[in-house]
Design a protein around this ligand. Structure first.
Ligand code: AMP
Length: 631
């Protein structure tokens, strides 16, 4: 048996022994009493009885041994700034932020919503919450007021931490008006808002509610705020993600299990070592940003780069320039970003000294073979695809090079990661598919390993009903992805089983986009599908039925309507969710029982055979779409 196969086997068969060893990778105030309590499936408690703190593990414990080494490197090519914080300086900033939050009434278990661009203050805020046992809920800065409002309502934060603006392509993007609008829309009104003023866009402050970070920081310059020791099972954060139904789900994460899972992944998967530099190009609004911009690298004692800006500005060599300058050893990005870089001058890749880099990890969407081949050939370093989800917090499938160097296969993220009892199941019968190359639902048998979601925030029933009840006859966790496994145990992901689409690595629920579009006064009905796209992997395409159909004859009126609909999506969800096109039809393809035939619409848009259409009410509906996408 290979050393990885043995490592994996032990993680499943001697679960407690395996994770007891991994638990030693972090600091505990009180050691765990039990390793895994799975007495109430599918709910699992990892490391119960133990007390620890994420901020202590990410920051404080490194101050004694590497206090003067870089911890956070905040770079913005938008504002042309570079700030390096050592572990000691980071500890001081986090204490100031923690003191500011405490002064605004935040206590253990209270929620703090963070709506921030990629600036150092966002990291301070996350770590400060962890420090005092508050629960952070980071909302991606690219989301607009509608998305933000629903998250404020669900999380009910005591404080929102935000900023005057983000910046993209050199243009300031105001956050404060979106935030004010979101608070106006939300039933829950946060008592306080803490704002970093970057001087990009003037802000109107609401007296008594809005506070400036610079002023509070000044008041707490010498703050000493000790880490609050919390139970391993204490909620560290919630992070909202899209699913089949319109309302986003608050993925709820614990503290001890998460810290152990990240520490172990830094060792066994990323092979990142203390004192080195990690560069993840993601955003703190996504799970990769939580696990591998903030917590994972810092827990491992690595410096982490937080980058605000485009991969192509000032030119397509900027990321490689940073790799050279900061001697990055581990880099993490998404296939979409690589596809963008592929369009740039290849000379950028040979211009810089990339000898420090050991591997480039890619995740978030399928890594197509041409992209993988290109980057692998150009970089001359291992390219490691890894497959996971917001829910799991760390990779489910990959190549664990820290355990055993193994070859990868193009198009496959690799094998099941230790701790995950991965199964392929028949979606109709729930039966396990054990032969090679059979297509099934990728599922995980309980208990989920440490680091995965505990439940859906304030909705245990939704957690069980969504994730653990979708495969017939079996209580297993469904990833909602189709996959096959080859004879060597390598998995290949074949797409989602639900109505979730993946645009440039951003996960979006088609229902959410449909709801936003349907709020236009002249839209009666709409279907949104994900359509394959060369650059972004997928784009959203909308087909709408009008209440007043008269514009259907007038191309100018339709263009105007399309613009209006896109504006609504931008304003409600944000430009990330904007459909590539909104087309207008007189009816949508449905079954006789009234179910929208999204798969058929998607197939037609991609020029594929829509399959069995015998249940379709009126074939003319699909024909209209076929005619529209042909032109
Ligand atoms: P998110 O929760 O936003 O990270 O999205 C998770 C979903 O993205 C998964 O369920 C997959 O559909 C897709 N995904 C993530 N990583 C990969 C990968 N390496 N290969 C293929 N699909 C992926």
């Amino acid at each position: 048996m290979s050393s990885y196969a043995e490592f994996y086997r032990r993680s499943i068969e001697d679960r407690d022994g395996f994770w007891r060893e991994q638990a030693a990778l972090i600091d505990w105030q009180t050691p765990p009493q039990t390793i895994c309590d799975y007495s109430k499936p599918p709910f699992v408690k990892w490391f119960a009885g133990g007390t620890t703190n994420l901020c202590h593990n990410a920051v404080d414990r490194h101050v004694a041994t590497r206090g003067d080494q870089p911890a956070l490197i905040a770079i913005s090519t938008e504002t042309d700034t570079e700030q390096v914080y050592t572990f000691r300086q980071l500890q001081a900033e986090v204490q100031r932020m923690a003191a500011a939050l405490l002064s605004l009434g935040v206590g253990k278990g209270d929620r703090v919503l963070i709506y921030m661009p990629m600036i150092a203050e966002a990291a301070f805020a996350m770590l400060a919450c962890a420090r005092i046992g508050a629960i952070h809920s980071v909302v991606f800065g690219g989301f607009a007021s509608g998305s933000l409002a629903s998250r404020i309502e669900d999380a009910e934060p005591k404080v929102i931490v935000s900023a005057d603006a983000g910046s993209r392509g050199g243009k300031a993007v105001a956050y404060k008006p979106l935030l004010d609008e979101a608070i106006r829309l939300s039933k829950h009104k946060p008592p306080a808002v803490l704002l970093a003023d970057r001087g990009l866009v003037p802000m109107d402050l609401v007296a008594g509610r809005d506070h400036l970070w610079a002023a509070l920081r000044e008041q707490h310059l010498n703050a000493q705020v000790p880490c609050e020791w919390v139970d391993a099972t204490h909620t560290s954060y919630t992070l909202y993600t899209s699913g089949t139904t319109g309302k986003p789900k608050g993925v709820q994460r614990d503290t001890g299990g998460y810290a152990v899972a990240l520490a172990a992944s830094m060792k066994h998967i990323f092979d990142g070592r203390a004192g080195e530099t990690y560069f993840s190009t993601s955003d703190i609004g996504w799970v990769v940003g939580h696990s591998y911009i903030i917590y994972g690298p810092l827990i491992a004692g690595m410096a982490t780069i937080m980058y605000e800006g485009l991969p192509t500005r000032p030119d397509g060599g900027i990321w490689w320039q940073l790799v050279e300058k900061y001697k990055v050893t581990v880099m993490f990005s998404a296939p979409t970003a690589v596809r963008v870089l592929k369009k740039q001058d290849p000379a950028f890749l040979s211009k810089y000294d990339l000898s420090s880099l050991r591997a480039l990890f890619l995740a978030g969407e399928p890594l197509d073979e041409p992209t993988a081949q290109w980057i692998s050939g150009s970089l001359g370093k291992p390219i490691i695809d890894n497959y996971w989800q917001t829910e799991t917090g760390w990779p489910i499938l990959t190549i664990c090079n820290g355990v055993e160097k193994a070859p990868s296969k193009f198009g496959s993220p690799g094998k099941a990661v230790y701790g995950y009892n991965v199964k392929l199941l028949d979606d109709q019968t729930g039966e396990e598919l054990t032969s090679a190359n059979q297509k099934g639902v990728l599922a995980i048998e309980g208990p989920l390993p440490p680091g995965c979601l505990q439940t859906v925030w304030r909705d245990d029933a939704r957690y069980v009903n969504t994730y653990w009840s979708s495969v017939p006859n079996k209580m297993v966790y469904s990833t909602f992805d189709w996959a096959i496994r080859d004879e060597d145990g390598y998995y290949f992901i074949l797409g989602r089983t639900d109505d979730v689409i993946n645009v440039a690595g951003h996960r979006l629920g088609t229902r959410e986009i449909e709801e936003a579009i349907a709020s236009h006064p002249n839209i009666a009905e709409v279907a949104v599908v994900g359509v394959a796209d060369q650059l972004k992997g997928q784009v959203a395409m909308a087909f709408a039925v009008l209440k007043d159909a008269s514009p259907l004859e007038d191309p100018q009126a339709l263009l105007k309507l399309e613009g209006e609909v896109m504006k609504i999506v931008d304003g409600s969800l944000g430009a990330v969710a904007r459909p590539a096109r909104v087309r207008f039809v007189s009816l949508l393809p449905k079954t006789r029982s009234g179910k929208l035939l999204r798969r058929a619409v998607q197939a037609v848009c991609e020029g594929r055979d829509p399959g069995d259409l015998t249940t379709m009410e009126d074939p003319a509906a699909l024909q209209q779409i076929r005619d529209l996408v042909k032109v």
